[in-house]
Ligand binder design. Structure first.
Ligand code: CP3
Length: 360
């Protein structure tokens, strides 16, 4: 499954065992602890990088870029070349899944994603049989990146969580409060359940194929999980994620999986206990002592610098980085932001963050 990775011998406990040479991100997810945590940033490939903007101009539409393996692999590697992060995250988007299921998806310059809003007939017409064929260029990108990436770096694949992807499919666009999907979930819960069920099948298939192509770890982004009440969170976030984890592990038994239920707050504990993830992403509103005392004993914690502090830089950013390191470096921890990097973020601030996290 893993391509071009040498096996090496290391001393562990009393005897010598052969393990796959691997990156620090997956080692932390497997239970190791490092005093200096591994580091990557959500949305690290993107518009804050001049080299991304230059390539993006030549690539045609955003989806054309996502489906061009040579260009998508180049963009995936750009932040590693510039900042030497510990992990590369596949350059793609969560909305390639509705596209592969047969829905129309477009990215409008300066506005964001646009889809045909889905209804009961549309849900019945979804076709999960074509993930392998329609997303073939993504798997080629994964294989190409794994081939080029140093063996001590991790390649992270990803997908959107069913709830978050459904919010875009139902509304046809991003919305401030995800009301269209929440209304469908409340009024027509069986129809909405059938949409979530289809997305569980498609997402698990998609992640399994990313692992087979060479991904070392996958992350599932549930960017809008924070708008749901307790019962809705159980049904639309925890249960689908547990089903995805189970389906992926049935095919890839040692699959390393990070869940990022943004805004989940007090529900994080149950999310961790009931989904079976190896790592959990936390946003910047999660108190560090809660993360340390209630989560870190069970999973690897990943986060949680406010992206606006990375944008701000200076003393405010330094202090926040130090607090996070002091709070979480004692256990299994991956340094990251609490959500994606903002396009306006100065490169110099990212360089400063990398130096500070690594103790420079
Ligand atoms: O560097 C990386 O993290 C890898 C690439 C990546 C993109 N999108 C590229 C992208 C990842 C992991 C995503 C995830 C994604 N996409 C999420 C979940 C994470 C989050 O931020 O909450 C969501 C909700 C989306 C949906 C999406 N894609 C929106 C709302 C938009 C428009 C707004 C925006 O951020 O630009 C996109 C477009 C998109 N996805 C861009 C990039 C680099 C910008 C498109 C461009 O370059 O023109």
């Amino acid at each position: 499954m893993k391509q071009n990775r040498e096996t090496q011998s290391i001393k562990r406990g009393s005897g010598e065992i052969a393990i796959q040479a691997s990156g620090r991100v997956e080692r932390v997810l497997a239970g190791e602890h490092f005093g200096t945590p591994p580091l990557w940033l959500m949305r690290q490939a993107g518009r804050y990088l001049p080299e991304y903007r230059a390539l993006r101009e030549k690539a045609g539409s955003f989806l054309d870029l996502c489906f061009n393996p040579v260009l998508a692999a180049t963009v995936t590697l750009q932040p590693i070349e510039r900042f030497d992060f510990d992990a590369a995250i596949l350059f793609s988007d969560i909305l390639v899944i509705p596209h592969a299921l047969g829905r129309k998806v477009a990215f409008v310059e300066g506005e964001g994603p646009r889809l045909d809003p889905i209804d009961a007939a549309g849900i019945a017409g979804l076709d999960e049989g074509k993930i392998g064929e329609r997303l073939q260029p993504v798997f080629e990108t994964v294989a190409m990146v794994r081939d080029k990436l140093a063996s001590d770096k991790t390649l992270i694949g990803f997908c959107g969580a069913p709830w978050t992807v459904a919010t875009y499919m139902v509304a046809g666009r991003g919305t401030p409060d995800q009301a269209p999907a929440r209304l469908m979930a409340a009024r027509d819960s069986e129809i909405f359940q059938s949409l979530i069920d289809r997305l569980v099948v498609a997402s698990a298939d998609y992640l399994i194929r990313q692992f087979r192509a060479g991904a070392d770890v996958v992350q599932v982004f549930d960017s809008w999980s924070g708008v749901l009440g307790e019962a809705a969170f159980e049904r639309w976030c925890i249960a689908p994620m547990a089903a995805i984890v189970q389906a992926v592990r049935a095919e890839v038994p040692d699959a390393k999986i990070i869940g990022f239920p943004k805004g989940a707050g007090l529900m994080l504990e149950r999310y961790v206990a009931e989904t079976g993830v190896d790592g959990v992403g936390i946003d910047w509103t999660v108190p560090l002592d809660f993360a340390r005392d209630r989560l870190q004993g069970h999973v690897t914690v990943q986060g949680n610098l406010d992206p606006l502090l990375l944008l701000t830089g200076g003393k405010a950013m330094d202090e926040a980085i130090d607090r996070i390191l002091a709070g979480l470096s004692g256990g299994r921890f991956i340094f990251n932001l609490g959500h994606g990097i903002r396009p306006e973020t100065p490169i110099a601030h990212v360089e400063r963050l990398v130096r500070r996290v690594r103790g420079g």
